[in-house]
Design a protein around this ligand. Structure first.
Ligand SMILES: [Zn+2]
Ligand SMILES: [Zn+2]
Length: 344
């Protein structure tokens, strides 16, 4: 079958690889109908997430039809979770799937179980009962696609921020995760949501496509821009939806004392010297999300889509054949694309 595989640092290729088969009880094989390229795939290509094997299949956002596996799933259209949880450990039994003791992820390399990914014609999904979800009637593939990864991440991020109606929420990064975090945050009706990005095109996209109050920080420091936008009141919640130390530093500058900062962006080996006294006296509540708790949030995300509260498909800027995946990666990497969907 055809699949997008890792071709060494910075490169992917479309290759012929063996079709996946049931490997363990509980596995399912899914014939992929739609899959997407995620920011995490770029982290993989650039070594931020190390341990991808040459020729390993990439990809973890997908919808498809189960062709083999548990009887109750076969023939059903399903949405997959990027996060592969066991469903039976103490964390899973407490719905904390992202801290599962046997936590793995699809298509993200050796550190997460060396599972082949979903940018392929077929993908094997372990513990299907936990990691696949039937797509609700009335939702098409593209509507459901992101609820197993970046939309669930947005919902999880908004949840851990504990947003209240009097909050001013500053979200750093107007890429897909920032946009979807903002969409989820909107459901808590905070006083303001400010999306912050230094790429004027992404700022424009957030304004035009989702009608967000988006701030361009390409020419001025975020703290100055946020001060200007809030008459000096600043934010009460900040979200790092980028995964860069500079963003955490900026987040600390845009929030008032006693505020929350949620670190949602992916980190690898970066280090940061936290000014302890400043953080302590200011009462900065710094929260790290970890991987998104997909299985605890995807119902909520799918409900919000089904009730027309939000439309994740508006973030899709490019639809390509899986054969054109290399071009898709180039478009995404160069930020010409907000979200690229591939059709095997
Ligand atoms: Zn992802
Ligand atoms: Zn578990």
């Amino acid at each position: 079958m055809k699949a997008v595989v890792y071709g060494g640092p910075g490169t992917v290729r479309v290759d012929d690889v063996p079709e996946p088969k049931i490997d363990a009880p509980g596995d399912a094989v899914v014939k992929v109908s739609r899959t997407a390229i995620c920011g995490s795939d770029l982290h993989l290509l650039h070594g931020k997430t190390p341990g991808m094997r040459d020729g390993g299949v990439i990809g973890h956002e997908f919808v498809g039809v189960v062709t083999d596996g548990p009887e109750r799933f076969v023939g059903h259209r399903v949405l997959g979770s990027f996060l592969i949880a066991c469903g039976s450990c103490d964390f899973c039994s407490r719905q904390k799937f992202n801290f599962c003791r046997n936590r793995r992820a699809l298509g993200l390399g050796a550190l997460t179980g060396d599972l082949d990914g979903a940018q392929a014609e077929y993908v094997r999904v372990p513990d299907a009962a936990v990691n696949l979800k039937p797509v609700p009637d009335g939702l098409d593939d593209e509507q459901a696609l992101f609820a197993g990864d970046i939309l669930a991440t947005g919902f999880y991020a908004a949840r851990i921020c504990e947003i209240a109606p009097d909050d001013i929420v500053a979200i750093f990064g107007a890429g897909p995760v920032g946009l979807f975090t903002a969409l989820a945050a909107r459901r808590f009706s905070p006083e303001r949501i400010l999306l912050i990005d230094q790429d004027p095109e992404r700022v424009r996209f957030a304004r035009d496509v989702y009608d967000f109050e988006a701030l361009d920080t390409s020419e001025m420091a975020p703290e100055a821009v946020v001060a200007g936008a809030t008459d000096g009141r600043m934010a009460t919640v900040a979200v790092d939806a980028v995964g860069a130390v500079g963003v955490v530093k900026s987040a600390m500058k845009v929030v008032r004392d006693g505020s929350r900062i949620a670190v949602v962006g992916v980190y690898g080996s970066e280090r940061y010297e936290l000014p302890m006294g400043v953080a302590w006296v200011r009462g900065i509540d710094l929260r790290f999300s970890g991987m998104a708790n997909v299985q605890a949030t995807w119902d909520e995300a799918l409900d919000a889509i089904a009730s027309d509260e939000l439309d994740p498909t508006r973030a899709i800027t490019h639809r390509l054949s899986l054969d054109d995946a290399v071009a898709g990666y180039e478009l995404f990497e160069s930020r010409q694309a907000m979200k690229v969907v591939l059709q095997p």
